[in-house]
Design a protein around this ligand. Structure first.
Ligand code: HEM
Length: 466
């Protein structure tokens, strides 16, 4: 590791800025630092070995990673952290403290209050997962699968029953996704290995998604939510574009000698994205399942362990074998087999993507420079959309309608989020930080309006570039 007792020194803030600039400019030989609680860590050699992956840790090179680090690591990670310690950050001089904008000071005071709330909630047990709740969730989710099986077993010769069974299986996969999400964030137990085994069972075997692919993408999304160029969830070009930065980047990349296909997409597809949006969601699950297989077989496990990689691959392969055998054995005709396949995939695609879009799409997208000037917690609040729903809606959304609370406290179990919502809301009100809370219909309209605004931008760019 990089930190040696003799190297310990005071770091000027400019050194961190230099580290960030060098990384942005692609100067790969430069040292890479980050700070946590005003201590400086040299992560140059650690990045490739980071158990959470290179992508997520790289989002914070040259920056303050205090809150994101505390939000995403178990106690055991603090030992590894100590190995990277190389010094302390020089105190801020009076001048730069006085020059801070009102917004920055407000953001800092808000973050401090959220940190205090985290400590209080931890002491009061809000972060303890309820075993009973999660047993109920796992059993009731597996019961949906059993229902789908039973429908095919007894009615596999009837087209309406096969159709209904496909919808049930689609919902089963969606619910597995929410559970794997909770276990993947270690909301349920402090034992990370146990959580990961449950993600392998529910997420990889039952649902067909890779643990490593999901963690890499999803945790990077958490570390830099709606930050342009960092958050993989808003990087959906050339299928959909969600903001002006992504649009400018995509069309900018076509200025010199665009391929015929890219030009066709830019001129004749993206300017109509609000029209095909609902259609394309149906393919989302299939695309994620393919990305999972590709990640697992090409990149291996995120924690670089051969054991995790082997388990993940075998779970994914078993998922597809079982699904195919089940389809062939119980569905009476080839036409119904194809229908079962397509409908079950499409239902999961819609059921997952509808919720994902509601979580952050159409909410502010910020640049990396803007993000540097804001506290982690403020970013989490202003980029998330809370959706107020009935208990059935909460079930369908897997608790992700408490998106803001989930982003502020990713390791807090799902059952605590509704209790914490009024607390976060009231702190936001105190600091005049916008907490966006809407119903499902308003949320959907906001998503569609964003697509519409951006597609008009696509039309303009298209005329300018070609
Ligand atoms: C010097 C800095 C860091 C050290 C020493 C460190 C260390 C670690 C360790 C030991 C783990 C494995 C934890 C486990 O047992 O589950 C881990 C996982 C992780 N780290 Fe870091 N980390 C650092 C910085 C960061 C930063 C800045 C981020 C985010 C921006 C981050 C995000 C994650 C994530 C998402 C995981 C995966 C947790 C999981 O398995 O679910 N880490 N890190």
């Amino acid at each position: 590791m990089s930190g040696q007792a003799t190297d310990i020194r005071i770091f000027e803030r400019e050194e961190l800025t230099k580290s960030l600039r060098a990384y942005r400019d692609g100067q790969l030989d430069e040292k890479k630092y980050l700070t946590i609680d005003n201590k400086v860590y040299d992560i140059t050699d650690f990045i490739p070995d980071h158990p959470g992956g290179e992508q997520v840790i790289s989002t914070h090179i040259g920056k303050d990673a205090t809150d994101v680090f505390h939000a995403m690591h178990p106690e055991s990670a603090y030992e590894t952290l100590a190995n990277c310690y190389v010094g302390d950050l020089a105190p801020e001089d009076k001048n730069s403290q006085q020059q801070k904008s009102k917004d920055k000071l407000n953001s800092q005071a808000f973050a401090q209050e959220i940190r205090d709330l985290r400590d209080k909630l931890q002491a009061e047990g809000y972060f303890e997962g309820s075993t009973l709740f999660y047993i109920y969730k796992v059993v009731s989710t597996l019961a949906i699968c059993a229902t789908g099986f039973a429908m095919l077993y007894y009615g596999g010769h009837s087209t309406p029953v096969v159709f209904a069974a496909a919808v049930v299986v689609g919902l089963f996969w969606q619910q597995c996704g929410w559970l794997a999400h909770d276990f993947g964030h270690h909301q349920v137990s402090n034992d990370h290995e146990k959580n990961d085994l449950l993600v392998l069972f529910l997420g990889s075997f039952c649902q067909g998604f890779s643990l490593s692919w999901w963690k890499n993408k999803h945790n990077t999304h958490h570390a830099s939510t709606n930050v342009s160029g960092h958050d993989p969830d808003i990087d959906t070009a050339p299928v959909l574009l969600w903001d002006e930065f992504a649009t400018a980047n995509f069309y900018g990349s076509l200025e010199d000698n665009p391929g015929r296909f890219s030009r066709f997409i830019a001129e004749h597809v993206l300017p109509y994205q609000s029209r095909y949006y609902l259609f394309i969601l149906g393919f989302a699950r299939f695309s994620w399942a393919l990305q999972s297989l590709s990640y697992s077989f090409n990149q291996g496990a995120l924690d670089k362990s051969a054991r995790t990689n082997w388990m993940e691959r075998s779970m994914l392969v078993s998922h597809w074998i079982l699904f195919t055998v089940w389809n062939i054995l119980f569905v009476g005709s080839i036409t119904n087999m194809i229908m079962f396949f397509l409908v079950s995939q499409a239902v999961t695609g819609y059921a997952l993507a509808f919720v994902f879009a509601m979580n952050h799409n159409g909410m502010p997208v910020i640049t990396q420079e803007q993000a540097e000037d804001m506290e982690f917690y403020e970013i989490q609040v202003i980029t998330g959309r809370a959706v107020s729903l009935s208990p059935l809606g909460d079930w369908f959304f897997g608790g992700l309608n408490y998106q803001i609370e989930h982003h502020v406290f990713p390791d807090m179990p799902r059952h605590s989020l509704p209790k914490v919502k009024p607390m976060i809301k009231s702190i936001c009100k105190k600091y005049n930080i916008h907490y966006h809370d809407v119903g499902a219909i308003t949320g959907t309209i906001e998503v569609l309006k964003t697509l519409d605004v951006v597609q008009k931008l696509c039309e303009k760019f298209s005329k300018k570039v070609f």
